[in-house]
Ligand binder design. Structure first.
Ligand code: CAA
Length: 414
């Protein structure tokens, strides 16, 4: 076997997302959504399926397969084939960012040139009852004593911990969802079209003590894919040298699968985003001030509040007030100047609306953080969402109930 030529850099050269909640029922199996997203990403990059020698997939909840990536590779005709690396990664909702970092390793150390990371799920296509039956099983354990809906209840327990220990308020939690709905209303593909108010959120049906239905990851069907290539591949293919964005750093860390039963037994030990972000900043040799756009996981408000603290945007314990202040600033700004005011000038975070408002097909949504980051860094997000002079982005994926954190730092390739 010839020696592996170490590439100078790894870039995301293509992205693809399917519409959310597609109407045609024949198109909504997770595998079909994955295939469509991959096709869009290949077309976007201007390369073919035969160029692909690495494939990473994250498993779906609606139609789980043993060795999801091998299943997909077989379906699309990538396997059988020589010198292909195919891997399933399961770190829950952190999967797409874990996959991105794994793809970089495959390219830097295993001789792959072009690797796709693919995710797709159709959890909205399941009945509410069936969805909860499956979702409840993922993070439940008798020791945790979480009621159904287990996942919202687990995050709710963490929100209560944060209220007790750091004094965050119910309104601060609700402002996360209100702010995400403003962001989503400015993205043409988002499910949430109309911004919601804090009052609407607080008065909506509660699914746990401090969590209303409008503060849950918005169950959806959809697929997304990204393509990562070595600098050698980009040169050989005659693609523009500054195509896409560069992966400049990454880090991962882990926590337990479920929180303790009692809030008094919870501690900062169980959270891992800060550690993952620290490793990513160190590898990229940058700090929070060098980042122009943040794609932060926000399956529930407490996840976003803790994320702004963990990535260094707000001091510990102040994430709630950080978001609430910016929410009111944006509402005022839009009231005064509906056409000229740009929320992203105040809050360059989740300009697509995140899981709370863009849409959340189970393990897919961190992919939307990555796709939005690529749009920001290639200055193709359009006038409603583009962050001025965006040169570096941080993306964060979270799995389980704060059980896995994966953070990547991306840079514009110019
Ligand atoms: N924004 C706006 N509307 C919302 C909403 C949101 N975030 N969430 C729900 N709604 C509204 C919508 O009107 C929705 O209908 P449409 O989307 O069709 O318009 C309506 O509520 C009903 O929603 P459901 O069909 O989901 O209602 P349900 O009663 O069957 O279930 C629920 C309610 C228990 C809260 C369920 O939605 C739920 O469990 N949501 C959380 C999903 C979840 O846990 N996702 C994973 C998050 S954790 C993670 O991401 C990490 C990981 O590792 C996977």
């Amino acid at each position: 076997m010839p020696p592996i030529r170490i590439p100078r850099s790894v870039r995301i050269i293509g992205t693809g997302i399917t519409p959310l909640n597609p109407r045609s029922s024949s198109q909504i199996s997770p595998t079909i959504l994955m295939q469509q997203a991959l096709r869009f990403a290949l077309d976007n990059a201007g390369v073919g399926l035969k160029d692909l020698n690495g494939l990473i997939a994250v498993p779906s909840l609606a139609d789980t397969h043993f060795m999801e990536a091998h299943y997909l590779a077989t379906q699309i005709g990538m396997l059988p084939g020589k010198s292909k690396i195919v891997r399933t990664m399961d770190t829950g909702g952190a999967g797409p960012v874990t996959g991105l970092l794994e793809a970089k390793r495959m390219i830097m150390h295993e001789g792959a040139d072009l690797v796709a990371v693919v995710a797709g799920d159709a959890v909205k296509n399941l009945s509410g009852e069936e969805f909860l039956k499956r979702a409840d099983q993922t993070c439940n354990h008798p020791e945790a004593e979480l009621k159904s809906p287990v996942i919202p209840s687990g995050y709710d327990r963490v929100a209560q911990y944060q209220m007790k220990n750091f004094g965050i308020t119910r309104e601060q939690l609700a402002s996360c969802s209100a702010l995400m709905s403003i962001m989503a209303s400015r993205h043409p593909s988002a499910l949430t079209r109309v911004p919601r108010t804090i009052d609407q959120i607080l008065n909506a049906r509660h699914v746990a003590p401090v969590t209303s239905v409008l503060e849950c990851a918005r169950r959806a069907d959809g697929g997304a894919a990204i393509l990562l290539a070595s600098s050698n591949f980009i040169e050989q293919k005659g693609l523009a040298r500054d195509k896409g964005v560069v992966v400049i750093g990454g880090g991962e860390a882990s926590g337990p699968l479920f929180p303790p039963k009692n809030i008094s037994d919870m501690s900062e030990e169980m959270f891992s985003c800060e550690e993952a972000a620290g490793v990513a900043y160190d590898e990229a040799q940058v700090g929070p001030r060098d980042i122009d756009f943040f794609g932060l996981y926000d399956c529930f408000p407490i996840c976003l509040i803790r994320a702004v603290e963990a990535v260094g945007l707000a001091p510990k314990g102040h994430g709630g007030s950080f978001i609430e202040e910016r929410y009111h600033q944006i509402v005022e700004g839009l009231k005064k100047d509906p056409n000229g005011f740009k929320p992203q000038d105040v809050f360059p975070i989740n300009t697509h609306g995140g899981l709370l408002a863009f849409g959340a097909p189970w393990e897919v949504p961190a992919m939307y953080n990555i796709v939005e980051a690529v749009e920001q860094l290639t200055h193709s997000a359009g006038p409603h969402r583009q962050v001025r002079n965006a040169r570096r982005a941080l993306v964060y994926g979270n799995g389980g109930i704060f059980s896995a954190s994966a953070v990547a730092i991306l840079g514009s390739g110019k």
